[in-house]
Design a protein around this ligand. Structure first.
Ligand SMILES: Cc1cc2nc3c(=O)[nH]c(=O)nc-3n(C[C@H](O)[C@H](O)[C@H](O)COP(=O)(O)OP(=O)(O)OC[C@H]3O[C@@H](n4cnc5c(N)ncnc54)[C@H](O)[C@@H]3O)c2cc1C
Length: 398
């Protein structure tokens, strides 16, 4: 047992996912990145292994596992195909985990079995064309109509799984944040709605092409044009989004950090092997001090990130807030370290590292997203500094 495999159950999960990834994810990763194509059927097939509802309650078809288990699955997927792992994260963490901890019994009983089995694929829509980091600057609105339904108007941008194929089929179900008013102090009130495919006024604006990386996941703009949503699809009470949004963001940041970890592990493996196989000036290139610096520094960063991520996972209770400092911390550290490790891998592998066939070029492009998605590195720096001013004792705790 170790910090990243704290129980027999975690070891078995890791072995199962690692074997499945080797057989099913690795063979398709290169091609799906190259063609900017999302492998919908592969994602759906993860329902059979209970991975689509990894943290969802077992009574609704989920696996009921913890934050460490979520971390393991994201690490293993991302060691092969970070683009596919991002699509998984959008479904399993941004939608399913959110609904599992914040939906009411009726919503969970009706929707969770479908998203846990893979019958439905989910997404989460927070970002907008004109508002990303500034979440409360959103302009999508929801107004209650006389019959009790809600009418949503606005656009959401950069939504992973927002469309499912090349013909613009929208996600089966989307967790949507919209402005429903302002409170007595003039602060924006945000509410959460579950929008389902087929609801009038919900459509895909465009699939976003030509991304730097994560090209095996679909990213889309979603349009809500007088979109009518029944009152029963409001999550919690009006104005309550911030509470569950912030809590789910902690799980999102931990699992994005886990993706950086998997990606880093693969880059290290590739550069280490290459440094043995490649010779120059009658030596293995691993004998050169400058190559040793790339490998040695990458190893230390990888090990530090591993300990911090699994340490944070062990202390995180899904569905309960209170882990912002470290969920920001792991994502900040892992995102930057992963980009540096992927860069070192290309450098060690020279011209071969620079082309797609040798994998690290794709991983290097994918790594950049980690500094933007789920919060930019600047937002993590801002949050950490703010939290440390409120709880300076965090620094000296043991
Ligand atoms: C491939 C991809 C997938 C995504 N998937 C999803 C998804 O599924 N759902 C979803 O809702 N969103 C998704 N996003 C959106 C992502 O979360 C946002 O891109 C991110 O939050 C940044 O927002 P922005 O792009 O609007 O940049 P902005 O917020 O406009 O930031 C621009 C720059 O200004 C800086 N900045 C902004 N405010 C501050 C500040 N106060 N202090 C210092 N610097 C600041 C930022 O750090 C950044 O460098 C995805 C994005 C990408 C690229």
């Amino acid at each position: 047992m170790s910090i990243s495999n704290p129980s027999e159950e975690h070891v078995m999960l890791r072995e199962m996912v690692r074997d499945w990834v080797k057989e099913n994810v690795e063979p398709q990763a290169f091609e799906h990145d190259k063609e900017e194509k999302f492998n919908l059927e592969l994602l759906k097939s993860m329902g059979e292994m209970g991975l689509l509802g990894i943290s969802a309650p077992e009574e609704y078809g989920g696996a009921g596992l913890d934050a460490t288990a979520c971390t393991i699955v994201h690490e293993e997927l991302s060691a092969s195909d970070p683009g596919f792992a991002l699509a998984y994260l959008a479904h399993a963490i941004l939608f399913v985990n959110n609904l599992s901890f914040n939906g009411n019994d009726e919503q969970k009983a009706r929707i969770l079995p479908k998203v846990c089995s893979g019958e439905w694929i989910g997404a989460m829509a927070m970002s907008e064309p004109d508002a990303g980091t500034d979440v409360l600057g959103l302009s999508t609105t929801a107004k209650q109509t006389e019959d009790g339904n809600w009418c949503i108007n606005g656009r959401k941008m950069w939504i992973t799984n927002g469309c499912l194929d090349e013909s613009g089929t929208p996600a089966d179900v989307v967790w949507v944040y919209a402005k429903t008013g302002t409170d007595e102090r003039g602060r924006v009130q945000m509410s959460t709605f579950i929008v389902e495919a087929g609801m009038p006024g919900y459509s895909v604006g465009q699939k976003i092409y030509d991304k730097t990386g994560m090209r095996a996941s679909n990213t889309a703009e979603l349009v809500f044009d007088n979109c009518i949503v029944p009152a029963s699809n409001l999550v919690g009470n009006t104005g309550e989004s911030l509470i569950h949004m912030m809590c789910n963001l902690e799980a999102e940041r931990l699992t994005l950090a886990a993706m950086s970890l998997g990606l880093s592990r693969r880059c290290l493996d590739e550069m280490n092997r290459y440094a043995t196989e490649r010779t120059a000036f009658k030596s293995q290139i691993r004998d050169f001090g400058q190559v040793q610096r790339h490998i040695g520094d990458s190893w230390a960063k990888y090990r530090a990130m591993r300990a911090y991520i699994y340490g944070t996972a062990a202390s995180m209770t899904l569905g309960k807030p209170g882990h912002r400092l470290d969920s920001d911390g792991v994502k900040l550290f892992a995102a930057t370290a992963a980009k540096e490790i992927a860069d070192s891998a290309i450098q060690v592998m020279g011209g071969y590292g620079y082309v797609g066939e040798y994998h690290v070029e794709r991983l290097w492009r994918d790594s950049k997203l980690m500094e933007i998605g789920g919060g930019t590195v600047e937002s993590h720096q801002k949050n950490i500094t703010k939290d440390l001013s409120k709880t300076p004792d965090s620094i000296n705790q043991y």
